[in-house]
Ligand binder design. Sequence first.
Ligand SMILES: Cc1cc2nc3c(=O)[nH]c(=O)nc-3n(C[C@H](O)[C@H](O)[C@H](O)COP(=O)(O)OP(=O)(O)OC[C@H]3O[C@@H](n4cnc5c(N)ncnc54)[C@H](O)[C@@H]3O)c2cc1C
Length: 491
Amino acid sequence: MGAKTKHIVIVGGGTAGSVLAARLTEDPRFSITLLEAGPSEDAYDSSVLDPSRAPDAWAGVPPIAMTPMAFGSTAIPMLQGRLLGGTSAVNGLATLRGLPADYNEWAASGLEGWGWDDVVDTFIAAETDFDFGSSPIHGGDGPLPVRRWRRDEMSRAQLAYYDGMIETGNHIAGDINDPTQLPGIGVFPVTIDREGQRVTTSLAYLTPQARARDNLRIRTNSEVASLSMDGGRVSGVTLVSGEDIEADEVVVSAGTFWSPVLLMRSGIGPKDHLSDYGINVQSDLPVGETMSDHLGPAIPYRHEGERGGSAGPAQVLYVGASNGSDVDYHAFPIAPTKTDGPTEFMMALFLLRSSGRGSVRLGETAEAEPIVTAPPLPDDGIERLRDAFDRLAAWEQSEPARQLGVEPVEPHDLTAPDAISAAIERFPLSYGHMTGTCPMGRVLDADCRVRGVQGLRVVDASVMPTIPSGNTYLGCVMIAERVARKMTAET
Ligand SMILES: Cc1cc2nc3c(=O)[nH]c(=O)nc-3n(C[C@H](O)[C@H](O)[C@H](O)COP(=O)(O)OP(=O)(O)OC[C@H]3O[C@@H](n4cnc5c(N)ncnc54)[C@H](O)[C@@H]3O)c2cc1C
């Protein structure tokens, strides 16, 4: 008789959940049920697959969850993909790793196995880089197809930004995933196929061969309401439909907003907060209390004439350092946001390193929408954005910007002393990099197991203890790959 298989329920078939399900089912000792609240890829239309239509998705075209997030004095709806592939099906496709120092900080905080030297090989193995191929810092045969936008795919505003930043003296970074080339102006690596179509983690990892495995069951339109507890152990989940599913272990991969909500509904979270809802506390942990994000102003610009190109919203960027050496911001056009009448785009200036923390807390009732509060801008944020504003002011005067007739939608002087605070007040934006609501270290151990509870892990963007200095989707892939390996090794 063969050994008993371990039945694992994964809650959320998004960015991390898809990777985890694919990797774990390579091992016949696991039997996986992947529960996704949204629909399958049948719901994918051109607003998902055509990168140039991502801004349509952000306006609510494919199935997405819109959760209000308090941002200073304004509330902005913050989206997450609610379909197989999760937010990798609706994001800006940027495929960045962050910097070695980000992960070395994780390791220095006591999280063994998460330093740069530990994780870099996982980043490399995850990609097939069409531009660089197999090389010391890139991969040639991983599941994710990665390449950089070509000039003929770029919109006219993005080309004007790239060329204008070079004309105004900025260094060209041929590979912005190579830390030695920064600061500099470069082209976003993106997860797309050779034809320029989006490739989500569910498409890349849950291949037809993976889906044909006997030990994988994917259930879409299956929203989990709560975790089932049996003493100090998680014994399964209960769906919103009322169905109970038993498991030897549950992995929650429901994303930065919903993973902490599921934990809190099930008695895992801050005691004082949970007692307000009459929830029996299983483990008193700072769940939801330490949310990070990348924030900054996104200033609207416009030019006459057509958008041009077919590329997605994030095409070129300047990776900047306000002190000249330590990378601490991204500046890039998000383009275009409006194409009828004059073409409109935004210049986003996001700080990357931020110690400020926001939160996710239960809402009016435990079953209601959570209350999400963005982190504050760091105290030195205005000062650190000065370099970005000065370079943007110089770019406005560059020949490529002038030739295209670029002008701010609202006239401004970016060099004025109050320009930065005024732009933040008037045009606040989140990069969509909400992380850290179930952080390793405080809520989870270094293997992503929830402290004080048996049979439960969290694996998604919520586990990041501090936010990397780059976009966060690839970090979720890396985390899922590494936790799958740990789970396989310990079984
Ligand atoms: C507008 C926007 C643009 C972005 N652009 C970029 C970018 O260009 N590059 C980049 O690297 N990052 C980008 N990000 C961030 C990045 O995409 C996310 O950090 C990452 O995809 C999150 O992955 P995840 O696995 O944590 O969650 P998700 O991918 O969101 O997956 C969570 C899944 O869980 C499911 N789920 C939730 N609750 C339940 C439940 N109760 N039961 C069952 N299933 C449930 C959801 O439907 C979803 O499929 C962007 C984010 C936004 C919002």
